[in-house]
Design a protein around this ligand. Structure first.
Ligand code: 5GP
Length: 188
């Protein structure tokens, strides 16, 4: 039997990646969909692990070749996209594919896969809490953090379009809620 699709979207810094990492360790046969991006690697990120890091030219070439299920200019000049071949390969292998993508991409993938997909929005308790988390993470400059905050305020408006919304105030509670909903969706 072929796998299902789980979409996670959230403003950057809302704890989405931590929740996804936790879920991947729960024996749910989840495979992470590795997106392509034209942004440079951060910290310890490696090509083919967190992302396929492509040059802007290579990214554009793949858009022209219609290789993406969806793609988005999430930040100015920084493209992110889901490669069709990558997701289809994982689904065909019977894995449940988990995607960490921006709100537009999340809505588009949900539309594409319909009932075969569960879309989850992770909401930070407040914009101020988000700002503090991004500063604390120490991975971005203050300017980039403010860009991310602007973007977050816009993205929060998309929450009602998702199948479920989980407020990440207490990480452990948010992880439990996410696990429960995924188990129900996957019938595990
Ligand atoms: P970051 O630069 O922090 O890794 O990611 C920035 C944003 O890009 C996040 O909101 C992340 O979910 C989103 N993103 C990552 N991969 C994709 C993708 O394949 N498609 C879209 N539309 N957004 C993505």
């Amino acid at each position: 039997m072929k796998g299902k699709v789980i979409i996670f979207s959230a403003p950057s810094g809302s704890g989405k990646s931590t929740i996804i990492k936790y879920l991947m360790q729960q024996g749910l046969n989840l495979a992470f969909s590795i997106s392509a991006t034209s942004r440079p690697p951060r910290g310890t990120e490696q090509d083919g692990v967190e992302y396929f890091f492509l040059s802007p030219e290579d990214f554009r070439k793949r858009i022209d070749n219609d290789e993406f299920l969806e793609y988005e200019e999430v930040y100015e000049g920084r493209y992110y996209g889901t490669l069709k071949a990558q997701v289809e390969r994982q689904l065909e292998a019977g894995q449940n594919v988990i995607l960490d993508i921006d709100v537009h991409g999340g809505c588009r993938i949900k539309e594409f896969y319909g009932d075969r997909a569960l879309s989850v929005f992770i909401q930070p308790p407040s914009v101020e809490a988000l700002r503090q988390r991004l500063h604390h993470r120490g991975m971005d400059s203050p300017e980039v953090i403010e860009q991310r905050i602007d973007r977050a305020e816009y993205e929060l408006g998309f929450a009602p379009k998702f199948d479920i919304v989980i407020v990440n105030d207490d990480l452990q509670i948010a992880q439990c809620q996410a696990l429960e909903r995924l188990r129900a969706f996957l019938g595990k």
